[in-house]
Structures are given as structure tokens and as C-alpha cells.
Design a protein around this ligand. Structure first.
Ligand SMILES: Nc1ncnc2c1ncn2[C@@H]1O[C@H](COP(=O)(O)OP(=O)(O)O)[C@@H](O)[C@H]1O
Ligand SMILES: O=C(OP(=O)(O)O)[C@H](O)COP(=O)(O)O
Length: 412
């Protein structure tokens, strides 16, 4: 079976019906407290077309989304309010915000929705049941979310960035309501198919960022698919440590060292080469104005900061080597910034890799909330890349050929 498209739901008619839409509004924020604001609205813009289509057709739309990784209870810094403020500025329809997810406030706002209005629920991850490993917990939460539609409702999954999550709003809810695939998910999959079906070689995958344990897991399958895997960002240090080098106070997944050693050994047999940085920008502390210096990757603790130094970017030689590799590729997929690009002093690696992609004659895809935000904040135009995907982990898991919960759920 294949997923039913949003257009099939629209053909059925949605006027007066409540439609629950899972969107990915997990955007980077800047500022503090009451002045927290959206730093990059790419995911909000990408979510707009489906909401607009439904609102125009007279649906009473309820948006479910998450922001960050709160621990199952409300935390102001993870409120979806700033994202909703931005959505209101962009949307040609009425947008309301519920301060809760399935509580009395949300229930009453959902019941009062008018045709063509959109209600955004508070961060789903303020309820521990959303991400629970216990099926019964997630299903109970999905049931309560579905109940907001008051019967005769429908569900649309448009959150491509979260299709790899077995969460209540992505997986379980599709069994509670007639379920449809949003246009964003559909388009993303169409584009990514170009990378899974006979990609033009050489095929280079560039990995970085900070969700290290999530993304290390995808490498196993990528080894059989890509020709080169370039490793930067927070992921590097587990690779360096796996080879016996000291990495100071850098991001390190100690429990993944054996896994990484396995990858390094497997790469030799599978015809895929890892390209690791040969130099690193080591900083005194994690701060925009931190003192820093470039050192050899195999001598990180030789910097003047010793064992307390933190690697915050790949060094200039490595950035140049990565750029050369990208120039000689015909297909490039990139997820995860090469360093802490949010701080100018540590943005060079990310900028160099982004520039190399824009100069490539091959098919280039940038995936991930922060990666997309990085290229935009560094001044690159979206059109300079073959495709900017809203999903980092989601695209990687799709590229490794894994069955993704959000897609399985719609195929049931
Ligand atoms: N060396 C590093 N140490 C710590 N954090 C890093 C490092 N390099 C990159 N990062 C951080 O990784 C974050 C993005 O990671 P991630 O969420 O995995 O990417 P994406 O959202 O594109 O999938 C950025 O906020 C960036 O500051
Ligand atoms: O930001 C996201 O993924 P990404 O950083 O891999 O692009 C998605 O919103 C999923 O978030 P999660 O990785 O906290 O489940």
C-alpha cells in the first residue's frame, strides 16, 4: 500500500472538519526570555503551503509540533510561542495558539475553531507520552490528540524532519484517524530518491553537527552507498578518539568508540573512504569570544589549553581538503555544520563546505534544521544548492534505506 496524498483528503472535502497536521516547526531561536525569536524561519515557510491549502479549503486545522528536546514537561525556553508569532506574520489565515497540548485550553480552542482557521498546540514534547518508548503511553496520547478533532477528523503528516521518529504524533496517531501524506513529505521523498536510485558517482556524504549518537548510527549503511564520507562537526572527536588520539574537552561519545572502530575497519572492505580532518580549531571554552588556535588533529591536547581545550571547528587545511573532495563529486549530501557556525570565529569550516557545494556541477543536497539555517545565516542563497531539505536525521535515515516510522504509519 502507498500513502494517500493530501489532495485525496481535499477531494473528499474538509470544510467544517477538524484536520490535525503534524508540522516540523523545530526552528533555531535567538535572544532570551521574552525576547526569544526565530533565528531561521525555513521550516515555518516550508510548512505554510499545506496549512494554507487546508485553510483555503475550509478545514479547521490543528497543528502539532515540537521544539527542541524538553524532558517531558513544560519549559518556557522550549515554548512554540516564538514560532507561532513568526507563523502569524507569514500566514494569510488566522493563527491561534494553545498554551497546552491536550488540556482544557487546547480542547476549548479546538472546539471553537472556525472554518479556515489554524490552531497551533504547545510543544508536544511537554508531555512525556509523545516520545515514550512504551507503546501504550504513546497510544493514549495519540488518542487524546485525535479526540481534539471531535469525530470526522483527519490526520496529515507534513513533518518531514520528524518522519524518523516513532512518536505519538508521527506514528501512533495515524492509526486513530484517516491519515494522509502532506506535500512537503512527498516532495522531500521525491528529491531524495535521486540520491537512493543510482546516484551519479563519485557520491560524497558530509556529516557533522552535534546529534552525534543519532547520526553515527546511519554510517553503517552509508558505507555501502557512498564513495566518500567526510566527517566534521561534533562527530569528529569520536573518530579521532577511536584512533587513540586525545580530544580534550570536545564533544565525545565514549560508548560509541567501538562502533566507530568497526566503521573504520569496514570502510576498508566496502570501497568507501572516510576523510577526517587533519587540523582542528581548539578553543579555551564554548563561547563566541573564546581564545582559540589551530592544531593538528592528532595533537589536540598540544594546544595551549591542554586537556581543557574544546574543538569547535575543523581547521583551514581540512576545510580546503573537504572542498576539493566536494568539487570532484557528482553527488553531494551534507548534514550537520562543520563547527559551531553560530560563533563567527568557528564558522570557517561550515562556510568553506557550503561554498564548495554552491560551486559544484553535481547534484547537491543540504539537509537538517541547523545546516539549512547555517547556510542561510552565512549568506548563501537557497537556490545555490540542488535542494535544501528540512530534515537532517530524517534524510540520513531515508538515504540509508531504513523503513521510517512516519512513512510506515501512512502505508498501513
Ligand atoms: N565541534 C562542535 N562541538 C559542538 N557543537 C558543534 C560542533 N560542530 C557543530 N556543532 C553544532 O551542531 C549543531 C547542529 O547539529 P545538528 O542538530 O546535528 O544539525 P542539523 O540540525 O543540521 O541536523 C549546531 O548548533 C552547531 O553549533
Ligand atoms: O531538527 C530535527 O532534526 P535534524 O536536526 O536532524 O534536522 C527534527 O525537528 C527532529 O528533531 P529531533 O532530532 O529532536 O527528533
Amino acid at each position: 500500500m502507498t500513502a494517500r496524498a493530501l489532495d485525496e483528503l481535499l477531494a473528499e472535502g474538509v470544510r467544517g472538519r477538524h484536520v490535525l497536521v503534524r508540522s516540523d516547526l523545530n526552528v533555531p531561536l535567538e535572544g532570551e526570555g521574552a525576547s526569544l525569536a526565530v533565528a531561521d524561519d525555513g521550516r515555518i515557510r516550508a510548512s505554510l503551503p499545506v496549512l494554507h491549502k487546508l485553510a483555503e479549503a475550509g478545514a479547521r486545522v490543528i497543528v502539532m509540533a515540537h521544539l527542541g528536546r524538553p524532558k517531558g514537561e513544560p519549559e518556557e525556553r522550549y515554548s512554540l510561542r516564538p514560532a507561532v508569532v513568526r507563523l502569524k506574520e507569514l500566514a494569510p489565515f488566522t493563527v491561534k495558539f494553545a498554551e497546552d497540548t491536550v488540556g482544557d485550553g487546547a480542547k476549548s480552542l479546538a472546539a471553537d475553531l472556525q472554518d479556515g482557521e489554524v490552531l497551533v498546540l504547545q510543544n508536544l514534547r511537554f508531555d512525556a507520552r509523545e516520545t515514550s518508548k512504551d507503546d501504550a503511553q504513546r497510544q493514549a496520547f495519540a488518542e487524546e490528540l485525535a479526540a481534539l478533532t471531535g469525530g470526522n477528523g483527519a490526520y496529515v503528516d507534513d513533518a518531514f524532519g520528524a518522519v524518523h521518529r516513532k512518536h505519538a504524533s508521527v506514528f501512533d496517531i495515524a492509526a486513530k484517524l484517516p491519515a494522509f501524506q502532506g506535500d512537503l513529505v512527498r516532495t522531500e521523498l521525491e528529491v531524495l530518491t535521486r540520491l537512493t536510485d543510482a546516484p551519479q558517482r563519485p557520491y560524497v556524504v558530509v556529516l557533522g553537527g552535534s546529534k552525534v549518537s543519532d547520526k553515527l548510527a546511519v554510517i553503517d549503511n552509508l558505507l555501502g552507498r557512498a564513495d566518500y564520507i567526510l566527517v566534521g562537526g561534533g562527530m569528529v572527536f569520536t573518530f579521532l578518539a577511536a584512533q587513540g588520539y586525545k580530544v580534550g574537552a570536545s564533544l565525545l561519545e565514549e560508548d560509541q568508540l567501538d562502533t566507530v572502530r568497526g566503521y573504520l575497519a569496514k570502510a576498508k572492505e566496502s570501497g568507501c573512504s572516510f576523510i577526517l580532518p587533519t587540523d582542528i580549531v581548539v578553543a579555551e571554552k564554548f563561547a563566541a569570544d573564546a581564545a582559540h588556535e589551530v592544531v593538528r588533529a592528532d595533537e589536540m591536547e598540544g594546544s595551549r589549553f591542554g586537556a581543557s581545550g574544546i574543538g569547535l571547528d575543523i581547521g583551514p587545511d581540512s576545510a580546503e581538503a573537504f572542498a576539493q573532495q566536494i568539487h570532484s563529486a557528482n553527488t553531494v549530501f551534507w548534514n550537520g555544520p562543520m563547527g559551531v557556525f553560530e560563533f563567527d570565529a568557528f564558522a570557517h569550516g561550515t562556510r568553506t563546505v557550503a561554498k564548495a557545494l554552491t560551486g559544484s556541477d553535481g547534484f547537491t543536497v543540504v539537509g537538517g534544521g541547523d545546516s539549512a539555517s547555517a547556510v542561510r545565516s552565512l549568506g548563501f542563497d537557497d537556490n545555490a544548492f540542488g535542494h535544501i531539505s528540512t530534515g537532517g536525521g530524517a534524510s540520513l535515515e531515508y538515504l540509508e534505506g531504513k523503513a521510517l516510522p512516519g512513512l510506515i504509519a501512512l502505508d498501513r
